[in-house]
Write a protein that binds this ligand. Structure first.
Ligand code: CTP
Length: 421
């Protein structure tokens, strides 16, 4: 594992202590929502805005939402030595939005106000969520600062693409507060920013594809996309550049993830194959429809007067997992499939899963036993991860997020030098 990890300072049972730094950008207003989510979920939050941040959102707002006084400089309550104490006692420091100026100061160790001093004294995980215009984000100086910070173990969340201040659109938006909140709780739960996926490009597919029958109907399935979204979130939190191919998912975009939306299996196939050409890992968590109607009716299919049911001819869709596993775009890439099995007369869940792993040609297969009930739509999961090398790992009942991290542990293990399949 690369990067810096630090154990969280929170004793069991006490409220995690979070410093929310806010620097001077228009996205400061979104930090109010992040603050509200953190306090409402039981975190003890100290807001440290820069002087410029207060031009956008005033100190009374931060004080009211956090229930604590707010200072920006090191000259307030000097006897409490706040420029050292706030950073030292935090379990997490998150800066949202982090401006280009804040990133530059953090990268170079400048400490001319309370927030930058706090960043220098913090020994806990640090999350920076940049927001700025695309030109500033892409500037070589900013990119070099981001690289420096990441190399020191800071989690720098990729900005989202979309509407910026004024009429501009592009990369540089602050991810939505709900997504940043998830990043914060993930880092707090793990007590560290594991940076073992830095410099890796990973692709995750999620959701269920829909095959149109006519302008209003489709063949589909009940996949919610939650496991795929958890995988994308976990990979981004571990430093990966993530492409999430999402089929009909009704969940907010995870922070720092590039989302490609698709509808049908053919569209999903094209998006996954394109992204796989530069990917170090592909995880197929989506449930692609195996069949599509041979013909899509241009008009709504009507009931017949005699009550006879229409016959719908189907044609088989491409098997994406099989294709990307057997025609590897990159040597050394790790390909992961999922299988929801019930077992039948021909074999147990694990027998069928082993056969599927061999048939698909992937490196890992995450197997859910669905005989006892539905996994669809639930936020929990329980699985066995089978390896093409013959290994297997049982993952006990837990959240889809916890399972996501175990899957990335297994992927990272396969990248390690000396791993022989
Ligand atoms: N998959 C895929 N392309 C398809 C169907 C499935 O890439 N057309 C992937 C899924 O994303 C999953 C894995 O294959 O990672 C296993 O899905 P599953 O539906 O269990 O596989 P099938 O080949 O359809 O097997 P079965 O005949 O048991 O339904």
């Amino acid at each position: 594992m690369t990067g810096h990890t630090t154990e969280a300072a929170t004793p069991p049972g006490s409220r995690p202590s979070v410093v929310l730094g806010v620097s001077g950008g228009i996205a400061a207003y979104k930090a109010c929502e992040l603050l509200r989510r953190l306090t409402e979920s039981g975190h003890d939050v100290t807001v440290v805005p820069t002087a410029a941040a207060l031009e956008f959102v005033g100190a009374p707002t931060w004080a009211a939402l956090s229930g604590k006084p707010v200072a920006t400089d090191v000259w307030t309550s000097v006897h409490e030595v706040p420029h050292v104490r706030i950073g030292q006692s935090a379990d997490l420091v998150v800066v949202a939005p982090a401006t280009a100026d804040l990133l530059a100061k953090a990268a170079h160790g400048l400490a001319d106000d309370l927030l930058t001093s706090t960043l220098l004294t913090a020994r806990c995980p640090v999350v920076l969520a940049p927001a700025m215009h695309t030109e500033m984000w892409e500037h070589a100086a900013t990119q070099a600062n981001v690289e420096t910070l990441r190399s020191r173990g800071v989690l720098v969340v990729e900005p989202a693409e979309g509407r910026l201040t004024g009429k501009d659109t592009g990369k540089g938006r602050l991810p939505e507060p709900a997504a940043l909140f998830e990043v914060c709780t993930d880092v707090l739960a793990r007590g560290a920013v594991p940076a073992d996926l830095v410099d890796r490009h990973v692709v995750v597919s999620a959701g269920g594809t829909r095959e149109p029958l006519d302008p209003v109907r489709y063949l589909g399935n009940r996949s919610s996309g939650r496991q795929g979204y958890a995988l994308a979130r976990a990979a981004a939190a571990r430093g990966a550049s993530v492409t999430l191919v999402a089929a009909n998912v009704d969940l907010p975009d995870p922070a720092g993830v590039s989302v490609v939306r698709v509808g049908t299996t053919a569209e999903l196939r094209d998006a996954v194959v394109a992204a796989a050409s530069t990917a170090d890992a592909v995880v197929m968590a989506a449930a692609p429809a195996d069949f599509r109607p041979t013909d899509v009716s241009g008009a709504k299919i009507k009931k017949t007067a005699d009550g006879s049911a229409p016959t719908i001819a189907l044609v088989q869709n491409p098997d994406v997992l099989h294709e990307i596993s057997t025609h590897r775009a990159r040597a050394g890439s790790v390909i992961v499939g999922f299988a929801a099995e019930t077992g039948d007369a021909t074999g147990t869940v694990l027998d069928l899963a082993r056969a599927k792993l061999a048939r698909k040609g992937c490196d890992l297969l995450v197997v859910n036993d669905v005989s006892g009930g539905a996994v669809f739509g639930s936020s929990d999961n329980e699985a066995v991860i089978l390896g093409a090398d013959g290994g297997s790992r049982e993952v006990p009942h837990g959240t889809k997020h916890a399972l996501a991290h175990v899957i990335w542990d297994e992927v990272a293990h396969r990248w390690a030098p000396g791993f022989a399949p």
